[in-house]
Design a protein around this ligand. Structure first.
Ligand SMILES: Nc1ncnc2c1ncn2[C@@H]1O[C@H](COP(=O)(O)OP(=O)(O)OP(=O)(O)O)[C@@H](O)[C@H]1O
Ligand SMILES: [Mg+2]
Length: 561
């Protein structure tokens, strides 16, 4: 049986701390294993067992006057390639005679390297006047990165002088640039999503038609941030066409004293001078208002942006339902944009809207990828006139955050944490000269382990292999939008993983036992049923914790990708 443990990377030291928003935290991760980025590149397999080599058929050609054993190269592999052409020109000539001194000196001459030509291209990149330091310092082979996004990141970083972290002004400017509450000069990587939201609003305004849109996505994926841009775009558009901008009411639902207060806010906005009638609720008044033709023809549309919409989910779901139903009333002027994390909130809580064919359109914000996180960090650091991070440190942060959750809030917190590591190092250093030092990979690794380390990750990392496969199956299953499953269904995913990795699976009885053990550890929750296969299984920890705990093992990383 292939050993998973053998592939496990060694864990990092543990430190406590978390940087995500409080209500999203729970048992958020961990991790621990910071394997060499090189290990993330899958190894290409070589096939030594080809029975008849295509080389043979080339050898058989009458035009060949020597075998490939002599040239030592498989010609079939080189078909039409520059190497093949080069080889062809070689094989057209007779073999040399090394005992002939004239031939020998001609060959030596041809292969001689003059001192003037010995400078490698790498050297000349470093020698450019724009470069402030060598590649040895940055530790990156520029040749390998030629024209890649990473190379561009590196270029922009290398063009600036290194910062001085002992300068308090510089330090606070950097921390400010990386603070979640600092609005970036430009929102990158969310252009498409913003465009779709703006288009939706424009369409409603142009057609004077009420409507609803649901914006969903994991924490820290730029939903709330993007709405600021959307508002700005709409204002610009209204100005450009000389049209009327809808009234905008932006509410963070967590700030409401009770869920139905949202209707008071909407009523206040639509009828600023009208007090809520004591006998009739704000909701009823709104329903009345939007059920009859408005007296004044120029009543403005109203854009309601309800962020953290899941706070309106009550047991009877009635508030959420009534809110969206406002957009379906015959004379409604409400354009509603609800924002929350759950991808299926609209399906689960608004079934009646669906039956009325008024289901909100959905725009989903996907978790940020590694390249996107790098780009966003780079964009936020661009305004600073100095280099703060070693490119590899930013890359490590982006790689780990993207693998765990794709949460930009987390990435920013970890970068600030890494700066604190550098500060501590400098404080403890005995050197008194003015220090210039970049945030390095080791600072970032400690900040990452602080941010992600949690007891649950330790537990997951020390589970037996098959229990880890079960958890991996659960994550894969729940990624498809499910919130619970049955042991029978879980068994199918478990068998798939075992099959694809050639690991002999255990039987369903044993799988059920493993689920019970995972339940005892507080990782899974099992429902009751006489038939084991029908027992419901739910996850009691964050999926991100599981992904983070297992991603250090290449086997699981491949499974979870
Ligand atoms: N594209 C981006 N460019 C720059 N900064 C970003 C970007 N996306 C996210 N951020 C940063 O991450 C922070 C979190 O983003 P935001 O508040 O929009 O997340 P969210 O999707 O609303 O998360 P939640 O579901 O937790 O409310 C922002 O305050 C911002 O600082
Ligand atoms: Mg938000």
């Amino acid at each position: 049986m292939p050993s998973i443990a053998a592939a496990r990377a060694s864990p990092m030291p543990t430190v406590n701390g978390d940087v995500s928003s409080p209500h999203k935290r729970r048992l958020r991760s961990n991790s621990a294993s910071f394997d060499d980025p090189v290990c993330n590149t899958p190894l290409k397999s070589c096939s030594p067992l080809k029975s008849k080599s295509p080389r043979r058929s080339v050898d058989d050609s009458p035009n060949r006057n020597r075998s490939n054993v002599e040239t030592g190269v498989s010609l079939s592999k080189l078909k039409n390639s520059p190497k093949k052409k080069l080889l062809g020109s070689f094989s057209d000539k007779p073999i040399w005679n090394p005992t002939d001194s004239e031939q020998l000196s001609a060959v030596k001459e041809a292969l001689h390297v003059s001192p003037l030509k010995s400078k490698s291209p790498r050297r000349s990149v470093g020698d450019s006047p724009n470069r402030s330091r060598s590649n040895v310092e940055t530790g990156v082979s520029l040749l390998k990165l030629k024209n890649s996004p990473k190379k561009k990141l590196l270029d922009s970083i290398l063009d600036k002088p290194i910062w001085n972290p002992t300068d308090s002004e510089q330090l606070s400017a950097v921390k400010e640039a990386l603070h979640v509450s600092t609005a970036p000069a430009m929102i990158v990587c969310r252009e498409d999503e913003q465009k779709r939201i703006v288009e939706f609003c424009k369409q409603c305004v142009e057609q004077e038609k009420a409507g609803s849109l649901y914006v969903c996505g994991c924490p820290g994926t730029g939903k709330s941030l993007s709405m600021e841009n959307v508002k700005g775009c709409l204002a610009g558009w209204a100005k450009e066409i000389g049209g009327q901008l809808p009234d905008i009411l932006a509410i963070n639902c967590t700030s409401l004293s009770n869920t139905s207060e949202i209707f008071n806010k909407i009523l206040e906005k639509s009828k600023p001078n009208k007090k809520v009638n004591g006998r009739s609720t704000a909701l009823k008044q709104l329903q009345q208002l939007y059920s009859q033709k408005q007296q004044s023809a120029d009543t403005k549309m109203m854009l309601v942006i309800a962020d953290e919409l899941d706070y309106l989910i009550t047991k009877d779901r009635v508030v959420l339902h009534d809110l969206f139903m406002l957009t379906t009333l015959p004379f409604s002027k409400v354009i509603l944009i609800g924002i929350a994390n759950a991808i299926d909130l609209a399906d689960r809580f608004l079934p009646k809207l669906q039956s009325l064919n008024c289901k909100p359109a959905v725009v989903s914000f996907r978790a940020y990828s590694m390249d996107q996180i790098i780009m966003i960090l780079k964009q936020r650091l661009m305004a600073l006139p100095y280099t703060v991070f070693q490119p590899q440190a930013l890359e490590l942060c982006a790689r780990k955050v993207a693998a765990a959750s794709g949460d930009m809030r987390k990435a920013l917190g970890i970068c600030r944490g890494a700066i604190e590591m550098l500060e501590t190092e400098l404080r403890e250093s005995t050197c008194t000269s003015t220090m210039t030092s970049m945030v390095r990979v080791d600072h970032m690794a400690i900040a990452l382990s602080r941010a992600y380390k949690s007891p649950i990750v330790d537990t997951i990392q020390s589970l037996p292999q098959h229990q880890q496969i079960v958890l991996c199956s659960v994550v894969k299953l729940f990624r498809k939008g499910k919130k619970d499953t049955t042991i029978g269904e879980l068994n199918k995913f478990y068998l798939d993983i075992c099959k694809s990795t050639l690991i002999p699976p255990v039987g369903i009885m044993e799988l059920s036992c493993m689920c019970r053990v995972l339940g005892d550890q507080g990782i899974l929750k099992l429902g009751q049923s006489r038939d084991d296969k029908l027992r419901r299984v739910t996850l009691q920890v964050d999926e991100a914790d599981i992904s983070f705990a297992l991603q250090g093992i290449r086997f699981f990383r491949n499974c979870l990708q």
